[in-house]
Ligand binder design. Sequence first.
Ligand SMILES: Cc1cc2nc3c(=O)[nH]c(=O)nc-3n(C[C@H](O)[C@H](O)[C@H](O)COP(=O)(O)OP(=O)(O)OC[C@H]3O[C@@H](n4cnc5c(N)ncnc54)[C@H](O)[C@@H]3O)c2cc1C
Length: 449
Amino acid sequence: MTDAGHGDSNAPVRGFSFLPRLPGFSPLSLGGPVLVGLLCLIVARLGFETYAPYGADAAFGIAVGAAAVVAMAQSLILAARPPLVEPLFGGLDHMYRVHKWLGISAMVLMILHQQIEPDFDRVVRETSLGELGEEAGELAFNALLALVAVSWFRRLPFIGLEIPYQIWRFSHRFMGALFAIVLFHQFFVDMPAGVDPTFKVVLNAFGIAGVVAWILTEWVAPRLRRREYAVTGITQTGDTTTLTLCPQGRAMRWRPGQFAFLRAPEAGLSEPHPFTIASAPRPDGALTFCVRALGGWTRSLPHKLRTGMRVQIEGPYGRFDFRKGGARQIWLAGGIGITPFLAWAQSLTEAEQRDIHLVHCVRTQEEAIGTETLRAAAARNPRFSFQVVVTARDGRLTADRLISAAPFAVSQADLWFCGPTGLKDGILKGLQAQGQTPRRVRFEHFEFA
Ligand SMILES: Cc1cc2nc3c(=O)[nH]c(=O)nc-3n(C[C@H](O)[C@H](O)[C@H](O)COP(=O)(O)OP(=O)(O)OC[C@H]3O[C@@H](n4cnc5c(N)ncnc54)[C@H](O)[C@@H]3O)c2cc1C
């Protein structure tokens, strides 16, 4: 292990240790998933009760259809990245996962609705608009089924085939348009008159909210939320490009550990991509991104972007914040997963009272970006220490090595992780086997899956 910097060590103390049942979700961030689930159930129940006089089958068919509409509407609302509800989910990455599962649940519920199609033929007079509403429902159902299947199976298991992100994203854009057709079906399909209108009002409100959210996501929010920055520095280390950006106008305010979407239309890179801000906030609003070449967009970035070019930033997002953690912390980074820790390390002052040990695992020395930032943080604060594990030279990091290198008992510390899932799972398994399970585990996903 190389490039180590150490501060004071602390005597280990015994205490209660646990792993959260839902990794990545804190008890508080379960509020969002519980809320969206409850809303689906409440509206489904309202639908069931409203149509119960027409028989259990009809009422159940309506209930599952209603739950599908509410799930889909909420999925579209979450896709609009509403900043106010992000805390309920514990960050945008978790919010996107709930968005995905709402979409999948909506699909399953729609299939059920189609199978138990409520039959009101004997009590309603068919109208041509109602028939059109029914046909619209069929059309939207089949198209949504195809789109959700594409989204769900973006990465085909076992054969490793992946639909390119751009194609997937393009197909995803039509979800809202198809949902608007579902809304048409909901508005005009022939239904018995004389029932309590509350259910219809509530369901229509969800439907309209979903369509409005989609319009906001696609056309309004991108223009309102973007801020202009200029590229003031580009450096290359191996396959990682470090960009320094300066605000041209109102600067974005962020907390260390947050991320933002970057697009560079001037360089022909118009699609926004998420990157963690790898620097702590500065008075001049300048910020740094470290971008690893992992695909088409990121590979072409260093060739297309030049100093002086304008880029656009949307954010900040995310709730990865070590200040929410305990007095002893292990920060574990794999490869480019170092970026949130670089921002945290840069934000550490001499007054920081937490004991922190950072381990950065990289395959080659070239991948070890930000070592200067880590050295400076260790020099500023003796409670911060770090080490870089270069796998090609030092071998893989094991739980044993982590335990012996940490200046305090790992079982007494919180573990903050950003990197490949395999590294996290391997280390956690090893720590558990050694009776050194960390008090809490928090991690950032570099993927919205
Ligand atoms: C919260 C978060 C923080 C991140 N921070 C960093 C960072 O600091 N440094 C870094 O190098 N990488 C970071 N990433 C990963 C980075 O966003 C992807 O590597 C990059 O978008 C890949 O784009 P590509 O077209 O080059 O690769 P592709 O091969 O096209 O994509 C690889 C994978 O990246 C994801 N992806 C691609 N395009 C997008 C997009 N527009 N929006 C969202 N996901 C997309 C998809 O899952 C895709 O399968 C972060 C990702 C997330 C979600």
